[in-house]
Write a protein that binds this ligand. Structure first.
Ligand SMILES: Nc1ncnc2c1ncn2[C@@H]1O[C@H](COP(=O)(O)OP(=O)(O)O)[C@@H](O)[C@H]1O
Ligand SMILES: [Mg+2]
Length: 366
């Protein structure tokens, strides 16, 4: 694995010149820099050519041979832009709170955020590796039928533990990695879910529609990598729970469902990565997790099976298959003749669930 260096450039450099500069920096790091360590930040260089172009150089990771992958980037200096779509019938004096904020990344606002976030465990590296791989697969248009590639990341934890900051910092780092090589530019869009349920409650449905309509042109541009942060998403699930219990007007359930449908559509956009944050991890289970997802069903099932003996567990797959799946003798024969016969995953999972229920009931009856 080569080392990693990030270089913030001073002024617009033609991407065609990037390659030459990368080679120059690689040589300089290998031959002229005496002390090199991860976290080292340089802003003065003896080499005049570097001083002219490079604003800041950060050594992110090193390797023994002093070989480096060099990421060049420029920072956008604008402040986040507030988009405030108003519902069609915009009568009344008040205006709904801003629906989303948009900022081009990498940006000066988000610089150093990543480095300043401290976690006990190695969250940042794991997150970075996961997200970078998911974006890479997206940029190569990996077939989702063959490889499950989820570009939705949920951050949950106590308020003030750095979730929102981590999303911004991650978007910054990923933009540095993927622009301009894989995407022409990157944008970070922040939706505060809570603001969709403000005093403008009865207009919320229209706000959601207006919101995604105005996001469309950004998201549909496949040359732009888009990070969409839905902050404090628990306010949505709380509204939906209340609605399901009949305490809220049916409006809220429509709004939440509209939003979840929109999020669901975005899953298939290879240039979009969605971050969601929640201060209440439990309430997310209600809506963001797809309970029909085979991996989630298997996970739930494994939780229910705790307490069953190893002997029962070992019998389960065969019993599930024989009692609930194989209805025709010929099918069993063909299966035994050809052990590579493919199994329909969902039918098998249902069979496994049925047989598990039987085993669990049998255990309770004992
Ligand atoms: N793990 C952390 N390391 C460094 N700073 C942190 C950490 N967690 C939170 N902070 C700081 O606390 C403030 C609030 O963090 P924020 O991202 O808004 O938290 P959350 O979204 O989880 O409520 C920010 O200024 C952030 O930089
Ligand atoms: Mg937050």
């Amino acid at each position: 694995m080569p080392g990693i260096v990030e270089c913030r450039l001073k002024k617009g450099l033609n991407p065609k010149e990037h390659e030459d500069l990368q080679i120059l920096i690689q040589k300089w790091l290998k031959n002229d820099l005496d002390i090199i360590a991860p976290g080292l930040v340089l802003s003065h260089f003896h080499e005049q050519q570097l001083t002219d172009i490079v604003d800041m150089m950060r050594i992110v990771a090193i390797d023994e041979k002093n070989e480096f992958k060099v990421y060049l980037y420029e920072c956008d200096e604008n402040e986040p832009f507030d988009h405030i779509p108003s519902p069609d019938e915009g009568e009344g004096d008040e205006c709904p709170s801003s629906s989303f904020k948009e900022i081009v990344v990498p940006c000066l606002n988000f610089e150093d955020m990543w480095e300043n976030l401290i976690f006990e465990i190695d969250v940042k590296d794991q997150l970075m590796n996961y997200a970078a791989t998911a974006i890479l697969f997206g940029s190569r248009h990996v077939d989702l039928m063959k490889i499950c590639c989820n570009r939705i990341i949920l951050f949950h934890g106590e308020p003030g533990t750095g979730k929102t900051t981590l999303c911004k910092a991650l978007a910054q780092k990923l933009a540095i990695r993927f622009v301009p090589k894989h995407y022409i530019e990157a944008r970070f869009i922040e939706i505060n879910a809570h603001s969709l349920f403000s005093k403008w409650f009865s207009e919320s449905g229209k706000l959601v529609v207006a919101l995604f309509k105005s996001l469309e042109h950004i998201i549909n541009d496949e040359t732009t990598l888009t990070f969409l942060l839905i902050d404090e998403v628990e306010s949505l699930t709380a509204a939906r729970t209340a609605a399901l219990k009949g305490n809220e007007p049916s409006d809220s359930i429509r709004v939440v469902n509209a939003l979840l449908t929109e999020i669901d559509k975005l899953k298939y956009k290879s240039n979009v990565m969605i971050f969601a944050t929640s201060n209440l991890p439990d309430s997310i289970v209600l809506s963001l997790k797809d309970d029909n997802d085979p991996s989630i069903r298997l996970w739930n099932l494994s939780g229910q099976l705790s307490g069953l003996s190893g002997r029962v567990l070992r019998k389960l797959p065969l019993l599930a298959y024989s009692r609930h799946l194989i209805v025709r003798y010929e099918f069993l024969v063909s299966l035994l003749n050809n052990l590579t016969e493919s199994i329909d995953e969902l039918s098998y999972l249902s069979a496994l669930e049925k047989q598990s229920r039987i085993e669990i009931e049998a255990r309770i009856a004992k």
